[in-house]
Design a protein around this ligand. Structure first.
Ligand SMILES: NC(=O)c1ccc[n+]([C@@H]2O[C@H](COP(=O)([O-])OP(=O)(O)OC[C@H]3O[C@@H](n4cnc5c(N)ncnc54)[C@H](O)[C@@H]3O)[C@@H](O)[C@H]2O)c1
Length: 264
């Protein structure tokens, strides 16, 4: 595998202004990718761009877009193809984590979480898959990575973040569905399910995460809180030729949390 296996290829990362999104954008740049940095917050992607430019000389487009709004997503697509001639890698990463028990969650919270985490990924995928399928990259024309969550897996469904759990279960279902729908177009679709990681989503605060674990009596067989770089490394694997025959899968990255829930 060449050191710069993403050279000549464009990667779009939603939610690239923070946490995993920023770390993945840096990782893709390190392999030569040109980047579309999307976020709803412009300053945050300007900062990501500055960080990347300190080390890597890649082309970047900043897209301040609310992915839950399809009109804005179509506008982003227009700008992407005015600047670049391909989109090899689409990472549906942007997400929000709000709400508690599902049956007492307010409708506006339900709508926000589902609109960003599920409809947002659907919007962006809908906007880009046709062009991705017509690209000349071989053997895989394009790749989609969905950043779901252990909270959406069978052993991880979490009542403390009920609607978030449901949204991530839907994203895992979309991963399998899109792998089926897009396989014949040579697009591979996979998901990553992180467990508990230190990012702004968890206030960058290990104690906040430990408290979250105590409440559910969760113990980690590998007793360390995750770091964004570990997610970026798995995303790099999924973006690389080493994973070209993998589609419709969901890589759980949680220090063993989901196998330990209810059993330790
Ligand atoms: N941190 C964890 O432990 C953890 C665990 C499992 C899954 N995840 C998932 O990983 C992804 C990234 O999480 P993170 O921890 O880096 O979170 P984060 O809050 O640090 O980053 C999320 C980014 O998404 C952006 N965003 C929010 N709404 C948007 C919208 N409508 N349009 C465009 N951008 C929008 C935010 O501005 C932010 O920059 C999320 O989907 C999250 O659910 C995180």
């Amino acid at each position: 595998m060449s050191e710069k296996f993403l050279e000549g290829r464009v990667a779009l990362v939603t939610g690239a202004g923070s946490g995993f999104g920023r770390e993945m954008a840096i990782a893709f740049a390190s392999k030569g990718a040109n980047l579309v940095l999307n976020d709803i917050n412009l300053e945050s992607i300007e900062e990501t761009r500055e960080i990347i430019l300190k080390t890597y000389n890649v082309e970047m487009l900043l897209a301040k877009t609310d992915i839950s709004d399809f009109n804005q997503v179509k506008e982003m697509r227009k700008k992407v193809f005015e600047k670049f001639d391909n989109l090899f890698l689409l990472v549906n990463n942007a997400g929000v984590r709000e709400g508690t028990f599902s049956l007492v969650t307010k409708e506006e919270v339900y709508n926000k979480v589902m609109d960003v985490n599920v409809k947002g990924a659907w919007n962006v995928t809908k906007a880009f898959y046709r062009k991705m399928s017509k690209q000349d990259f071989k053997p895989i024309a394009g790749k989609i990575i969905n950043i779901a969550s252990c909270a959406g897996t069978e052993c991880g469904v979490n009542p403390y973040i009920g609607i978030y759990s449901v949204s991530k279960a839907a994203l895992i279902a979309f991963t399998k569905l899109w792998a089926l729908e897009l396989g014949s177009s040579n697009i591979a679709v996979n998901a990553i399910c992180p467990g508990l990681f230190l990012t702004p989503m968890y206030k960058n605060n290990p104690e906040f995460i430990r408290e979250f674990m105590r409440r559910r009596n969760v113990k980690l067989p590998i007793d360390r809180i995750g770091e964004s770089k570990q997610v970026a490394d798995v995303a790099l694997f999924l973006a690389s030729p080493a994973s070209d025959y993998i589609t419709g899968h969901n890589i759980i990255l949680d220090g063993g949390m989901t196998i330990s829930v209810n059993s330790l």
